[in-house]
Design a protein around this ligand. Structure first.
Ligand code: PHE
Length: 338
């Protein structure tokens, strides 16, 4: 019979040289597999005389055992080498500064929105919310807008390719005033509500954005006067700007849905805007035709409404001079409010 020692020597050399688990298993098959060299040798035992067969069999089995052990060792070596390599590859450099995690913050307009709800909530105003996609009736007609009023023209209003049940195109609401009518038709007087929300106009420059925010205010009862409007609004401004050094001025104006109508201006008596009058809100006593559209008798019910711009209030509160900053998503700007 062929000598086993040279076979063992070659097998050990091949195992030791196998660079990875797959080559090692291939080498194993060449010696210990079904048609491996050692297995082939085992098959020749039958031809030997009993005496020789016993000693040859013992030698082959001993060789097999040595190879199995060598195989096991090499397998373990390769596995740990692979682990080492992976650990080296994934090594953490603990001296690098941490990446941190952005903490996020509340958008300045949202802060203003929440402040306004808090201030008006504290003097008994309800908060209402309504659709941004509005019918012509609520956005214009119910608010006493004449058919040919320029606010209905294509340049100011975003019309949508959808029609209301009366066949008129829906609009993106151009102000929060339709909420006066929606709220009034669903509640009984006294009506005391604010309605903050998004509004839309075809307009875009440093002080106008096609999407902006307003807050509508409405107070209707049997005896709510223009003096109440002045008191409520002046108090709101002082609390919003956290200053008693604010003067409020009512300038005559025109809105179809109020009579008389006013623009409310404010003057800062201190701070960076000291001495300047700035327009803050439209307002007025709700027009009798609108009170009728509330479903109420204008001989009995009277009160005021106002509509203020949230961007304007926020810009004045924080000293921001370009309204587009609110919507650019630039974190260098937004982080200052976090
Ligand atoms: N809706 C008016 C506007 O957008 C503001 C306003 C509201 C005026 C309520 C009077 C009363 O300009």
């Amino acid at each position: 019979m062929q000598d086993v020692e040279p076979i063992v020597a070659r097998a050990l050399a091949e195992f030791a040289a196998a660079p990875d688990p797959a080559s090692l298993e291939n080498a194993k098959a060449r010696f210990l597999g079904k048609s491996g060299e050692l297995t082939a040798l085992l098959k020749t035992l039958g031809k030997l005389a009993p005496e020789a067969r016993r000693s040859a069999g013992a030698a082959i089995n001993a060789a097999k055992e040595r190879l199995e052990q060598a195989l096991e060792r090499r397998r373990a070596e390769l596995a740990s080498a692979r682990l080492e390599a992976r650990l080296a590859e994934e090594a953490l450099d603990v001296t690098l500064p941490g990446r941190g995690r952005g903490r996020g913050g509340v958008h300045p307009i949202s802060r203003t929105w929440a402040r306004i709800e808090r201030i008006f909530g504290s003097i008994g105003f309800d908060v209402a919310d309504g659709p941004e996609l509005e019918t012509d009736w609520y956005n214009f007609t119910a608010l006493n807008n004449p058919e040919n009023h320029p606010a209905r023209s294509m340049q100011d209003t975003f019309y949508v390719d959808l029609k209301d049940p009366g066949g008129l195109p829906l609009v993106l609401r151009t102000h929060t005033s339709p909420m006066q009518v929606r709220y009034a038709r669903m509640h009984r007087p006294p009506l005391k509500v604010i309605a903050p929300g998004r509004t839309y106009r075809v307009d875009s420059d440093a002080t106008h954005s096609p999407m902006f925010h307003q807050v509508e205010g409405l107070w209707i009862d049997e005896d709510v006067s223009f003096a109440d409007l002045k008191g409520v609004f002046a108090d709101f401004m002082r609390r919003f700007f956290e200053s008693d050094d604010i003067e409020v001025r009512f300038r005559p104006s025109y809105f179809p849905f109020t009579e008389p109508s006013a623009e409310i201006d404010m003057k800062f008596d201190s701070g960076p805007l000291k001495g300047r009058w700035l327009e803050i809100s439209g307002a007025g006593q709700v027009h009798p035709a609108v009170v009728r559209n509330f479903g109420l008798d204008p001989e009995r019910y009277i009160g005021f409404a106002f509509g203020a711009g949230l961007e304007r209030l926020t810009m004045l509160r924080y000293g921001i001079d370009d309204l587009r900053l609110f919507f650019d998503g630039d974190l260098r700007f937004l982080r200052q409010f976090a």
